[in-house]
Write a new protein. Structure first.
Length: 364
């Protein structure tokens, strides 16, 4: 019985071997007794050479596939040969990227004798849809999604949420109507691939839409105030500042882990300096540390002869976590403290006032 099983096993092995060899057509043997076959080009080569070429082709195909996958895995923070990282947004056309900024602010005001504390929570939500990718830039459709505010002072709170109903408080109701009219509208923003805002278009029609809806029943003075508020809150400068402060501070030069870059915004009376440090680069996330300071002062004299002098000092600390593939902000937390001092002087008498504001801003 064992002999039969052994014979069957040998026969099966021979058959399998013959089947495997039959896949390569043998045309003869050379003078050394090596089996010969014909390759795809019609040349006669030995079987060993054919097998070696097949193995090489397989290896090269695998290498090409690996290299292709490596190229396709493009990230926003590309590592250079010298160990530095270069940034470019790697956004996808048709994709929509979320943007939600929430700020919790507490302000303590004092005149040296009395003080009061005001707390405010505000939330703005927008979405950024990539509608076009150019050679060196992206065109984004920016849509207003939600506005929310709540202020508290001396135990009383008022506020609104455009995702909820109209509040009963008159002031909150006016703010609600204003921002509710803005929600759902869109404008376009073109940014370079390293995050610089190149152009903003489409804000004027939104301002006109809000004016036409809210100006009914207002006096000329109130219409003028509404127009001024729209020119500030829905200006190119305001939209650009919001983007740059929250997302557009990535490095424009190649940096190593641990290296920093700065952004300065100074005028004749004020100075602002922000410092950003690349802390870590991983497969999915990039970490950036944020710090900064601001200072400024000015003075002027009113028609009544009252001289007002102001000075401000501030500092900022924070962290940002960025999606390594797209470059879009996953999460950021920024702590800010500002101290404002005001002196009023009239006919030799001075009155000092101060305000200390602390805020925590979270993005996405």
């Amino acid at each position: 019985m064992k002999k039969i099983v052994l014979i069957c096993t040998v026969i099966m092995a021979v058959v399998a071997c013959k089947k495997e060899k039959s896949e390569v057509k043998i045309v003869g043997k050379n003078e050394n007794g090596e089996e010969l076959t014909v390759n795809a080009q019609g040349d006669t080569i030995t079987l060993k050479e054919a097998e070696a070429l097949q193995k090489t082709d397989t290896t090269e195909a695998a290498t090409t596939t690996a290299e292709t996958e490596k190229v396709e895995k493009k990230t926003a923070f590309q590592k250079n040969e010298d160990g530095t990282y270069s940034f470019q947004f790697n956004l996808e056309k048709g994709a929509t990227y979320p943007f939600k900024v929430s700020t919790n602010t507490t302000s303590t005001q004092s005149d040296g004798k009395n003080s009061q504390q005001i707390s405010q929570i505000s939330t703005n939500e927008l979405s950024y849809e990539v509608i076009e990718e150019k050679l060196q830039s992206f065109v984004l459709k920016v849509t207003f999604k939600r506005f929310q505010e709540k202020s508290s002072m001396q135990g009383e709170s008022i506020g609104f949420d455009t995702n909820a109903g109209k509040p009963t408080n008159e002031m909150a109701a006016q703010q609600y109507e204003f921002f509710k009219t803005i929600v759902g509208n869109s404008y376009t923003m073109e940014i370079s691939k390293n995050g610089k805002v190149l152009n903003i278009d489409g804000l004027a029609p939104i301002r006109e839409k809000v004016k036409s809806k809210l100006a009914k029943g207002l006096s000329e003075e109130e219409k003028k105030g509404l127009d001024q508020m729209l020119q500030v809150s829905l200006s190119k400068q305001a939209m650009e500042a919001m983007f740059l402060e929250s997302i557009g501070y990535y490095p424009t030069k190649s940096v190593k882990i641990g290296e920093s870059w700065e952004m300065n915004n100074s005028t004749d009376n004020a100075k602002s300096q922000m410092k950003y440090t690349l802390k870590n680069v991983a497969d999915n996330q990039v970490d950036i540390q944020i710090s900064g300071s601001s200072s400024g002062s000015d003075s002027n004299t009113l028609e009544q002869g009252v001289k007002i002098s102001r000075s401000i000092e501030g500092n900022v600390t924070g962290t940002a976590k960025i999606d390594a593939r797209s470059g879009w902000l996953n999460q950021a937390t920024i702590e800010k403290k500002e101290v404002l001092k005001i002196t009023q002087e009239y006919q030799g008498q001075k009155q000092n006032m101060s305000s200390t504001t602390k805020s925590t801003t979270k993005v996405n």
